[in-house]
Design a protein around this ligand. Sequence first.
Ligand SMILES: *Cc1c(COP(=O)(O)O)cnc(C)c1O
Length: 379
Amino acid sequence: MKVAEQPSAPITVPLLDLKAQFRPLRAEILAAIAAVMESQQFILGPQGSALEQEIAAMVGVRAAVGCASGSDALMLALMAAGIGPGDEVICPTFTFVATAGAVARLGARPVFVDIDPRTFTLDSAAVAQAVSARTRAIIPVHLYGLTADMQALDEIARRVDALLVEDCAQALGARYRGRAAGALGAMACLSFYPTKNLGGAGDGGMVLTDDNALAQRLGMIRDHGSRRRYEHEIAGVNSRLDEIQAAVLRVKLPRLEKWNQARRAVAARYRELLADLAQVRVPIVPSECEHVYHQFAIRCARRDELRQFLRQRGIASEVYYPIPLHLQPAFAHLGYRPGQLPQAEAAAREVLCLPIYPELVAPRQELVVDTIRRFYAGD
Ligand SMILES: *Cc1c(COP(=O)(O)O)cnc(C)c1O
């Protein structure tokens, strides 16, 4: 295929293609939205409870509590655990800002820890060194769709009596030693942001737990701290998953497994196509993990030049994430310095996420890899 050579080439391979996912579901999704409109019940209704039950059953936990976003799911989980000023929460520094934002918003202190360079997830040995008497929770992020080193983290959490709160925003459907992501800690936080593996038609999130007392608190906190109308037992917030979002997500949920399998097939093809390219390292998947490839993140030489080269030829790519959280202005007051968490800083310089979505066809992938090849051949 001939592609344009000018700087702002039209996109021929996008990072993701939500329209391709919507097309075959169009009638079903529009009917589900219409049914909510006919019911005129928009908040805390039957669609939301049905979705909570369906996701809890799929993951294998007792309770699920819908809320307004993945970021709020993290905040609600920490609120339900009673975390606030004076408390410390361990977070990876290489993640989306929301992971640590929730900690900071509650007045607690995010303690940033480096990543394992092979998996991009929390380095459990570094976590063991970072815990203190003030550590109340550890938030492993299953980055890009790969579960963190949960067995080691669970042991550390038990030893210091901290809660393990999974940030599962990128990993619904992933598995660790045969168990579903979302059922590996005391609580797990999901995001239904439209680009996630299970994405809604707007913002949405959910907290999963096996603990009935936590589930009850979560249910109260998301609804102004009340169990009965106008009786407020604790100071809560307004963070609910609306019925239109729940109805759309219920159409998509039965397809998630199939979509995740398609993502795995795309990833396998990338591995094959990239196998002999010395300048590119493909993601490593430990044998105990089942990846769901929210992203296909390569590590590569001359990353920014490669990205520019791809962009000029109509191929999208993205850097998740270019600045580790310990170096973000929002967390400058915590006093971290460049060089302090070197694996995350190296990943931020080298990582590049290639187009990946269930409907991505082989010829387009071949174009992506051919273009990468041309870059390193000194095109
Ligand atoms: C998307 C995401 C979130 C936040 O989810 P929102 O629904 O966008 O608020 C949190 N953590 C990670 C790792 C994410 O990818």
